[in-house]
Design a protein around this ligand. Structure first.
Ligand code: AGP
Length: 609
């Protein structure tokens, strides 16, 4: 996810763009850049790393002009280098972009065949090249943008400036946010409200395929066919501080609600559901090397460790390879068996967790092949691994990990399918069906999010409990662990996740009328066993909160509370079932008044052992 901003008015653009980028930096901080229409045409500054690098560059080499665009990058295609930093300039055109252009490789090949030369590894450059091509062939600025956008597939929010029309700014969006800010004698474009809220409260939330043309005469919105479009003007009442949360009370809630988008951004450019093809270009083992693997070892901490536990079920079932999973803080102290025929997978949102990094180094010292599943481009774990599969969750601000977890699970699912295909365990038709199920998942998540108010009511009912128990079996057991961790780390209520089958070996002594017991009881090969566990708890007056299908009356008639979830495949069900548990933990913590985004004693990234 990146942050983009644009300005056209009477003031110096540089400070306005810089302020906007600062408020968008949470969206990504691998590189940053700015382009302004100066007296001698287009003037660009770009820098790798956080925004402060660009700020320092601008102090020594400022940009002067009253029309400009800015960008802060979260790398998807192309390493975080200056060449790959935005804005991308081609001749008299400069573009900033947030999104993923899925067909950029085929378009790039086509344009190179027409004699265009490319300078970056990014997908974004293809947009600048196409606009430049049509503009050079005589098309007007707006028409050039329109023709270019008709060629691309994928998601985009772009802002474009043109040295041939220095008092014009053009923006457009498809599946990535772009907001138009209306000022007095000046107008703004940005990825998010916070970037421009200090200049205006009058916002237009552009919709897919809108193209906005900004000049000193004002703004005009059209669709891709050139038809004029009218959009309502919204007056924002948020304070700038609130706006960074886009109106959500906490970053954690915003990130829970971002999960459908985060999943799409993680899988969409890596699969083709029509023909079952999977493109994990970042995975550098050849088919022969995959066939030579004898085992998989996964190491992680906290929520990422729970993702690894789900991964064990997925990978053993899909790839018929033994998978062992260990905590980062334990792995390196047991002289683990790892060798060149081991695929070592580290999972980490931050890419800086010391215990996980130490495990990676231990595995490398024993010759293992290494793959990282990581949400931070250029982080230590990503850099020190041979292959990296980035989760495109975007920066996760809340200490309690949510969208990083579900995108980790999607990444494990993709790796499992890829390995199963390479090893011949899953025929193309099955993989095609698996990918179709994956494409349906974001909509199913949204269905649960649409019932958030119901889960808040359930939170009100149980918020005063002093202990919770979470039970799950098989592939849902790690979700029971994750649900308990979410609750305990933000509400400070003691909560324990447990394999449901273990209840009779001790924990059943805890059951009484004061104890809420969250049970994951959807239709699965172990459903009957889960029903027995529910009976055991109910017989001892335990208060069962069941997560189950809306039409699962067998469960509903037995328990005190049911949280309904839609149906999906068993392999994808952990991604669905964790969502109500995230929301339940959030609402109970919010109702108890704890600091949800920065719980006591915790830090977002544990870079110490
Ligand atoms: C998750 O809610 C916790 N904040 C914590 O367990 C976290 O998952 C753990 O510290 C691992 O972090 P990482 O994914 O950045 O390696």
């Amino acid at each position: 996810m990146c942050g983009i901003v644009g300005y056209l008015g009477g003031k110096e653009a540089m400070p306005i763009l810089l302020d906007g980028l600062k408020r968008l930096e949470y969206r990504g901080y691998d590189s940053a850049g700015m382009a302004v229409m100066g007296n001698n045409g287009l003037d660009i500054r770009r820098s790798v790393g956080k925004l402060k690098e660009l700020e320092q560059q601008l102090q020594t080499a400022p940009l002067h002009g009253t029309v400009g665009i800015g960008h802060t990058r979260w790398a998807t295609h192309g390493r975080p280098t200056e060449v790959n930093a935005h804005p991308h300039q081609v001749g008299h055109i400069a573009v900033v972009h947030n999104g993923i252009i899925e067909n950029y490789l085929e378009l790039k090949k086509q344009l190179m065949g027409e004699g265009h030369t490319f300078t970056s590894e990014t997908d974004t450059e293809i947009i600048a090249q196409l606009i430049y091509k049509y503009s050079s062939q005589g098309a007007g600025f707006l028409e050039s943008v329109r023709q270019a956008l008709r060629q691309v597939r994928g998601s985009y929010a772009i802002v474009v400036i043109n040295a041939k029309e220095p008092r014009t700014l053009i923006g457009s969006r498809k599946e990535s946010p772009l907001i138009l800010g209306l000022g007095d004698g000046e107008n703004f474009l940005a990825s998010d409200v916070p970037a421009i809220l200090s200049h205006t409260r009058r916002m237009v939330f552009l919709e897919d395929n809108d193209i906005v043309t900004m000049t000193d005469a004002g703004v005009e919105i059209q669709d891709l066919n050139g038809n004029s479009v009218t959009r309502p003007v919204t007056t924002i009442t948020w304070s700038p501080a609130m706006a960074e949360k886009a109106g959500y009370k906490h970053f954690m809630l915003k990130e829970i609600f971002e999960q459908p988008r985060a999943l799409i951004d993680t899988f969409r450019h890596r699969v083709n559901p029509d023909n079952g093809k999977i493109f994990l270009e970042e995975f550098h083992l050849t088919a022969a090397e995959v066939k030579n693997l004898k085992k998989i070892t996964m190491v992680a901490c906290g929520t990422s460790f729970h993702a690894a536990l789900v991964g064990k079920f997925l990978l053993e079932s899909m790839c018929r390879l033994p998978v062992d999973v260990d905590l980062g803080s334990e792995f390196r102290y047991r002289d683990p068996f790892v060798d060149p025929q081991t695929l070592f997978i580290s999972i980490s949102q931050s890419g800086e967790t010391a215990d996980t990094l130490a495990g990676l180094r231990e595995a490398k010292s024993k010759g293992a092949r290494t793959l990282a599943i990581c949400n931070a481009v250029g982080s230590s774990i990503a850099r020190e691994s041979e292959s990296v599969l980035y989760t495109h969750a975007g920066p996760e601000i809340g200490v309690a990990s949510t969208k990083a977890f579900t995108t980790q699970l999607v990444s494990l699912y993709l790796i499992g399918l890829h390995l199963a295909k390479e090893l011949g365990y899953r025929p193309p038709e099955q993989i095609r069906q698996d990918l179709q199920a994956l494409f349906r998942l974001p909509t199913l998540l949204q269905e649960i999010l649409d019932h958030d108010a119901t889960i808040r009511e359930i939170g009100q009912k149980y918020m005063k409990a002093e202990n919770f128990l979470y039970l799950g079996r098989s592939i849902h057991y790690p979700i029971a662990l994750e649900g308990a961790l979410k609750l305990k780390e933000i509400s400070y209520i003691h909560a324990e996740g447990y394999p449901a089958g273990e209840m009779k070996h001790g924990p059943i002594a805890l059951i009484d009328e004061h104890l809420p017991v969250v049970v994951l009881a959807t239709r699965s090969p172990v459903f009957e066993k889960m029903m027995s566990n529910i009976e055991e708890v109910v017989a001892r007056r335990g208060r069962v909160i069941a997560v189950s299908e809306a039409d699962n009356y067998t469960v509903m008639e037995k328990v005190e509370t049911t949280i309904a979830v839609p149906e999906t495949t068993l392999e994808l069900s952990p991604i669905l079932l964790v969502l109500p548990l995230q929301l339940l933990a959030y609402h109970i913590a919010d109702l108890r008044g704890t600091d949800v985004d920065q719980p006591r004693n915790l830090a977002k990234s544990v870079t110490v052992e």
